[in-house]
Design a protein around this ligand. Structure first.
Ligand SMILES: Cc1cc2nc3c(=O)[nH]c(=O)nc-3n(C[C@H](O)[C@H](O)[C@H](O)COP(=O)(O)OP(=O)(O)OC[C@H]3O[C@@H](n4cnc5c(N)ncnc54)[C@H](O)[C@@H]3O)c2cc1C
Length: 387
């Protein structure tokens, strides 16, 4: 079988090469690399061909995202944000907005997405940002935190409350609009080159054509839709982190000798490697299943995205820590692939639903489907087996 998305992976591989460590240390991605990937639609590769995108399935975009994640989590983070914005436009934009903005996102324009606020992290329902109709346009006021990719963005998708009501709205805000104030976050713990920033919006005036579908969507529908894409993207990115760690650790323990034998000949070391391989495979299977649900528009798509993200982020955080352990001091250099993975992977347990929030969602799902996990026939068969 031909390797999935081989051409697209090759483009990313060529542009990143072995430069990710230097980007991590410098805390910045080269804009020309982002523009080149963007202009080929590879930062939001599920955008349909009718809108100028590559039109990849979730499964194929997943492999592409894992590849980016194996090379550079900062780049993968920018891909995640671009993909979330494209998906939100696809779902909530009117025909003209889809045509205009998706064409921009697949031809080199860069974007970012702002949900989180000083008082609204895990609890996005506490959002205070307002997107108010005013004359023939809209006015945006509010504050957004930790917005990935802002450093490179031409426009930011800002999610807030619609007017004075309880509904929500998503507004496309060009970063050079008067009233937009950007403060870059200089030294994040991980994904250091992903261009995070805090954004303040003071009386930012926008034309009506910049508010998706005119606004008024239910808040939970807007952010669940957007976050589902983000969760899929992060989950696949974590598969990439695990692959990079597994490669680095296996190569190291095969060549490094201590106690007159290769590290790989110590049983404890082999045990660690086995755990990392299990982690990569389990995460991959969870992602593949979630992508199958996405591609078939299954009603389970949202919950399977949460499951895949939770499983993969946890495995990536633990797997990266194990990889550092196996490399010892060799993996402790700034910018080393496992050192980066260790810092980057930990953050994946915090975002797009922290571990705790994912578990709450999964528990709600378990409760709402209780009684549906065993059919009468299966219960009987189970009883017979045990008997
Ligand atoms: C690297 C990075 C990139 C980011 N990129 C973006 C971005 O592009 N756009 C954007 O809008 N935001 C972004 N964020 C913000 C991110 O979405 C939030 O950090 C995340 O939602 C968690 O919110 P918080 O940090 O306010 O933590 P809090 O919500 O204050 O949570 C702190 C701790 O309390 C726990 N907790 C909270 N509520 C509950 C509960 N009900 N039950 C049990 N435990 C709970 C959490 O699990 C967590 O462990 C980014 C953050 C990081 C670190």
């Amino acid at each position: 079988m031909p390797e999935r998305v081989a051409d697209e992976r090759a483009v990313i591989g060529e542009l990143v090469g072995s430069r990710a460590a230097a980007w991590d240390v410098a805390g910045e991605l080269p804009l020309d690399v982002l523009r080149k990937l963007g202009s080929q639609g590879l930062l939001c590769a599920q955008v349909p061909t009718t809108y100028g995108g590559p039109g990849l399935s979730s499964r194929d975009n997943g492999e592409l995202t894992a590849h980016a994640g194996s090379l550079c989590s900062s780049l993968r983070s920018v891909m995640t944000s671009q993909g979330i914005v494209a998906w939100t436009i696809q779902r909530f934009g009117d025909r003209s907005q889809r045509r205009t903005f998706l064409a921009e996102l697949t031809s080199g324009k860069l974007t970012a997405v702002g949900f989180s606020e000083p008082g609204a992290g895990s609890d996005l329902a506490a959002m205070q940002t307002r997107i108010r109709p005013d004359g023939d346009g809209f006015v945006v006021d509010g504050e957004k935190k930790w917005v990935t990719g802002t450093r490179y963005a031409d426009f930011v998708l800002i999610v807030g409350r619609h007017g004075d009501g309880e509904g929500a709205a998503a507004a496309i805000v060009p970063v050079d609009t008067p009233g937009v104030h950007i403060e870059l976050l200089p030294h994040p713990m991980g994904c250091r080159a992903a261009g995070h920033a805090n954004i303040r919006l003071d009386n930012v005036r926008l034309p009506a054509s910049h508010v998706l579908g005119g606004g008024g969507q239910p808040l939970s529908m807007l952010f669940t839709t957007a976050l589902s894409y983000g969760r899929m993207s992060i989950a696949w990115g974590c598969v990439g982190i695990l692959r990079a760690c597994l490669d680095a650790a296996s190569t190291h323990v095969r060549h490094r000798r201590q106690g007159d034998v290769a590290l790989a000949d110590h049983q404890f070391v082999r045990g660690h490697l086995a755990e990392m391989f299990i982690a990569e495979q389990v995460s991959l299977r969870a992602c593949e299943h979630a992508s199958r649900c996405w591609d078939s528009a299954s009603p389970d798509m949202g919950v399977m995205a949460v499951l895949a993200k939770h499983v993969s982020a946890g495995h990536a955080a633990r797997g990266a820590a194990t990889a550092v352990q196996l490399l010892g001091s060799a993996g402790a250099e700034d910018g080393h692939v496992v050192a980066r993975a260790f810092r980057d992977a930990k953050l994946m347990e915090l975002i797009e639903g922290s571990n705790e929030i994912c578990r709450l969602i999964l528990a709600d799902h378990a409760l709402s489907t209780s009684g549906r996990h065993t059919t009468p026939d299966e219960s009987e068969a189970g009883g017979r087996t045990r008997g």
